[in-house]
Design a protein around this ligand. Structure first.
Ligand SMILES: [Zn+2]
Length: 499
């Protein structure tokens, strides 16, 4: 493969020995490993993810002892008085959490604010309380936990977060510094394009930095005024909530409950927003999880002829709506299946077969694009392909009718998103951007998908990630002067023909 100075593929060779590698100033022998187009993650939260790199993140197994130790060690990286923000622990941790006195002893001078993984509970210390003088009363009356002696435990809930809002705001400077880590994070998983769902703060920053980015980023904004921005894909809206909190909108009641969810926007509101968007020529991406919410969107997209608008998650589709699937866009996240298996058994027992309908969507000529929802789950494409195509041992009988082939899953990560973006990076052909991923095995032919490793990620012909385990490959991309048109000669013998 030959790539020009702008990172565009100008020639391809079928076999690596068709052209001797030495011919190229800057060549790289991929040693017969598998090459795919770079993956597209069609649902990411760039702001949350970038924030994560300046926060202390606890894993799900964190207990009291580990929590205090981590806090103690991390404090060394902060100045006296800095806010220490982080979280990620499970509710279980809170049943045996450290006391306020224990936390204060470790962090007497730095205010802390840690959230639980579901972002409904928060842990603070006495120093943090000093900042909210006027709101202390409100906090204690409405949103705080007290022990049996009536003393504050350090735990606060729900809207308490708003009281601390001004201290938790993302520091833009940190954001810029940490954005490199965000890019590296995606490269590690072979991802070269993302669709960002976060709000306008990071989107503005990305627009400013766009010439320095090593990732194709397209944004969904909350504010339609960003319409003329280069990276604008559309508007992000919410039709309903989630299955876990029983706020997704279902046609019928949840099992053993006498309600069926809460809409974020009711049908009339969706109607008037979409009417306006269609008039202004703005596409939308609408979060919809329940079958009712999805059904309403099917009708509205048809009514206003919104062909490039899409449904985010689309986790439940009822049988009667299958006829409306044709040519609609579905942005789905196979890794969410893991978390929804137990919930669906409990709340949707009779409707399990209506969940994550990958096969039904493809069979009925819907357009399926995949993503992760990172940082809610990790952006691990290999794992995601595994869940889209099979199930683990424990859950292998869960809705297997809706699994798809590995090829179909890979296409939902490459070719189909590129069609949606009207971009040139979903396939390794002449004229396309040289975005690619080198894998340790061909996922289309291997025995165990989960053993696949990302060895290298290339963005516009530049190597942006190299797995240190893969040391055989020699290349000196960075210090070689660019000559003529040839920038990078890849000895590619991959499976791109299969796409
Ligand atoms: Zn999301």
């Amino acid at each position: 493969m030959l790539v020009d100075n702008n990172g565009i593929i100008i020639d391809l060779f079928k076999e690596k020995h068709d052209i001797p590698l030495e011919l190229f100033e800057n060549s790289l022998d991929l040693e017969g490993n598998t090459v795919y187009p770079g993956f597209h993650d069609c649902h990411v939260h760039l702001e949350f993810l970038t924030k994560r790199f300046s926060e202390i993140i606890f894993n799900e197994k964190t207990d009291k002892h580990e929590f205090l130790n981590t806090l103690k060690t991390s404090l060394k990286n902060f100045k006296k008085g800095d806010w220490i923000i982080g979280g990620g622990f499970l509710r279980k941790f809170l049943e045996n959490m450290p006391s306020l006195a224990e936390i204060d002893r470790i962090s007497p001078d730095n205010p802390i604010f840690f959230y639980s993984k579901d972002i409904h509970s928060f842990l603070i210390n006495s120093k943090a309380l000093e900042y909210i003088k006027d709101n202390k009363k409100l906090l204690f009356e409405k949103y705080s936990q007290k022990d049996k002696n009536g003393l504050f435990t350090g735990l606060i809930f729900e809207k308490a977060e708003d009281i601390f809002e001004e201290y938790l705001k993302t520091n833009i400077k940190n954001m810029r510094d940490n954005f490199k880590l965000t890019q590296n994070y995606f490269h590690k998983y072979g991802i070269t394009t993302v669709h960002n769902m976060d709000d306008d703060v990071i989107a503005d920053f990305i627009a400013e930095e766009k010439d320095n980015l090593k990732l194709n980023i397209l944004n969904y904004y909350r504010n339609p005024e960003n319409k003329n921005n280069d990276l604008f894909l559309g508007l992000k809206l919410f039709a309903d909530g989630s299955l876990g909190s029983l706020t997704c909108c279902m046609k019928d009641n949840f099992t053993n409950y006498d309600f069926s969810g809460i809409p974020v926007l009711n049908e009339d509101e969706i109607d008037s927003i979409l009417k306006q968007c269609s008039k202004d020529n703005i596409d939308v991406a609408v979060h919809a999880i329940g079958d009712k919410a999805v059904s309403v969107l099917f009708n509205k997209f048809d009514k206003y002829n919104m062909r490039n608008s899409r449904i985010e998650h689309a986790q439940t589709i009822s049988d009667e709506d299958i006829v409306k699937i044709k040519s609609k866009w579905f942005s789905m996240q196979p890794l969410h299946i893991q978390g929804d298996i137990e919930l669906s058994k409990k709340y949707l027992s009779d409707r399990i077969n209506n969940l994550f309908r990958f096969r039904t969507i493809l069979k009925n000529s819907g357009n399926l694009i995949f993503g992760s929802d990172v940082p809610v789950v990790e952006a691990d494409v290999v794992k995601s392909v595994f869940w889209a195509t099979s199930r683990d041992n424990k859950s292998k009988d869960w809705n297997v009718n809706e699994t798809i082939s590995v090829k179909e899953a890979l296409i939902a990560y490459t070719k189909t998103p590129a069609v949606f973006e009207k971009c040139f990076s979903g396939d390794l052909i002449k004229g396309n951007q040289a975005d690619m991923v080198v894998l340790s095995q061909d996922m289309l032919k291997c025995d165990s998908i989960l053993n696949t490793k990302v060895l290298m990620t290339v963005y516009k012909g530049e190597i942006v990630f190299r797995n240190i385990m893969w040391s055989n490959v020699e290349c000196g991309i960075s210090n070689v002067e660019l000559k003529k048109q040839e920038r990078l000669g890849f000895g590619v013998r991959g499976s791109r023909d299969l796409f």
